[in-house]
Design a binder for this molecule. Structure first.
Ligand code: 6PG
Length: 239
């Protein structure tokens, strides 16, 4: 029987995007402050796409020692920062502003023709961040993908392998647009705090289907994250 994964999430519901963004920013800022207090440094991995803009803006106004915070992405489209599709450009425009501009940002795109050519550099640069991540904020697509774990992705099985030694992998998939680079499952699972930001009834329904066990990890990759995670995933949702 397929296990019901409902116990793997803690649902936080908000009336609108602004309240959600503020609450999520406060929670993540608290994680970062606690990390700085305990270990002297903090690390954060963020998702791109459209949903996290307000959250990033709100996070940028949180008072904390930004110079001690390392920020990177959960995944990136293989485009330069001049592209409107660049997640790094999104982080620069919405998070790395004001005091938050002093955060140490590690983009995942390199000016190389394909993500494969950047893997060794990215592995080295990620290994230099304070690990595990103090907080990881995931998003989710209507197809159940999270990070760049796309159904039909060419490296999906390896990226979702909880024992893979790779921290990053390239991904190409029918719904992904351009080639991608993505963190693999292990660094996401190792996070001290794991958040999932989803907005709208459609995404909630996708999450419910994944939680109840409809389909497998290949068709609902978010399901694999929930299957293997040891800590409750804080789901921040608004209708
Ligand atoms: C990306 C992502 C991706 C994203 C979802 C949701 O670069 O596309 O990081 O995993 O979180 O696709 O995207 P939206 O917020 O745009 O719906």
């Amino acid at each position: 029987m397929t296990p019901d994964l409902s116990s793997k999430i803690q649902l936080h519901s908000f009336p609108d995007s602004d309240e959600l963004a503020q609450a999520l920013a406060k929670a993540v800022a608290n994680d970062l402050r606690a990390a700085i207090e305990t270990r002297g440094a903090a690390s954060l991995a963020l998702s791109g796409g459209n949903t996290p803009k307000r959250f990033m803006q709100s996070l940028s106004t949180q008072s904390l020692a930004w110079g001690k915070v390392a920020v990177t992405l959960v995944d990136e489209r293989w485009v330069p920062e001049t592209s409107a599709r660049s997640n790094a450009a999104l982080v620069r425009a919405h998070l790395l502003q004001g005091a938050a501009a002093t955060a140490n940002f590690l983009p995942l795109y390199r000016a190389l023709p394909a993500p494969e050519a950047a893997l060794a550099d990215l592995e080295r640069d990620l290994a230099a961040l304070p690990m595990p991540f103090d907080a990881v904020v995931l998003g989710m697509g209507d197809d159940g993908h999270t990070a760049s774990f796309f159904p039909g992705g060419d490296h999906l099985a390896e990226a979702l392998d909880p024992t893979t030694a790779a921290r990053v992998l390239p991904m190409r998939a029918p719904n992904a647009g351009e080639p991608r680079i993505t963190l693999t499952l292990p660094p996401i699972l190792a996070a001290r705090r794991l958040y999932l930001q989803i907005e709208g009834a459609g995404k909630r329904a996708v999450l419910e289907r994944a939680l109840s066990g409809e389909g497998d990890g290949a068709s609902y990759p978010i399901r694999t994250v929930l299957q293997y995670v040891d800590i409750p995933v804080a789901v921040y949702w608004r209708p």
